[in-house]
Design a protein. Structure first.
Length: 217
């Protein structure tokens, strides 16, 4: 008797999973992306902020250097001997007698803060040795007064040092025996003010104190 072959159906394999994400996987992926983007933003912001602060500090140093160069160059013209006078009595101004340029008569040079500007002016020397009228120091026919050295100065103060030793004191007033001048000034910088730095840090970065030796008599 011939056996009849019987076809036994094979079990169909488990359907493979399609390539789509499940809802939970999407939520996890989005959360990880947000965390990663936040970290990148913090790093990018910190780097950008540091660059901005560095540029602001460089700008401040350039402004402070310009002020230093002006005052240093003028103090170098203080007479070595004879009539020499410094006046820092008001605290916010620095006035001193300097030799004239190109053989001209002596003048008084004054640095004074007006608003946010530090201005340089020159005055003639009166017959009694006091400050006279505005002077035309460079000979261009116009009195050299009110020249803006910097427009970012929010404070300016000067002191005289009359002692020959280091242990002397800094005083404000009128002196003819000054050995050194100390000047303190603060510069305004909107970038640093809005950088998020603490106020005391901003004050330290924007405040400058410089000393100028005066030629001995």
């Amino acid at each position: 008797m011939r056996l009849r072959s019987q076809n036994i159906p094979l079990m169909s394999p488990r359907p493979r999973r399609c390539g789509a994400f499940t809802f939970i996987e999407l939520i996890v992926a989005v959360a990880l992306s947000i965390i990663l983007m936040r970290g990148m933003y913090v790093v990018f912001y910190s780097a950008t902020n540091l660059t901005t602060i560095s540029e602001a500090k460089s700008e401040l140093l350039m402004e402070a250097s310009a002020i230093y160069e002006y005052i240093s160059r003028d103090i170098a013209r203080v007479p070595y001997s004879g009539s020499r006078l410094f006046n820092t009595s008001s605290g916010t101004t620095l006035t001193f007698r300097a030799t004239g340029l190109a053989g001209r008569s002596d003048v008084y040079i004054q640095y004074a803060r007006e608003g946010n500007s530090l201005k340089r002016s020159t005055y003639s020397v009166a017959q009694d040795g006091s400050i006279g009228d505005p002077a035309d120091e460079d000979g261009d026919g116009t009195a050299d007064t009110g020249m803006v050295v910097s427009s970012k100065v929010t404070s300016f103060e000067a002191w005289c040092h009359n002692s020959g030793g280091i242990g002397g004191t800094w005083d404000q007033g009128t002196s003819s025996t000054t050995r050194a001048i100390k000047v303190s000034f603060k510069l305004n910088n909107a970038i640093l003010a809005g950088s998020g730095l603490q106020s005391d840090v901003v004050d330290r970065l924007t405040t400058f104190v410089v000393c100028f030796p005066v030629m001995s008599m």
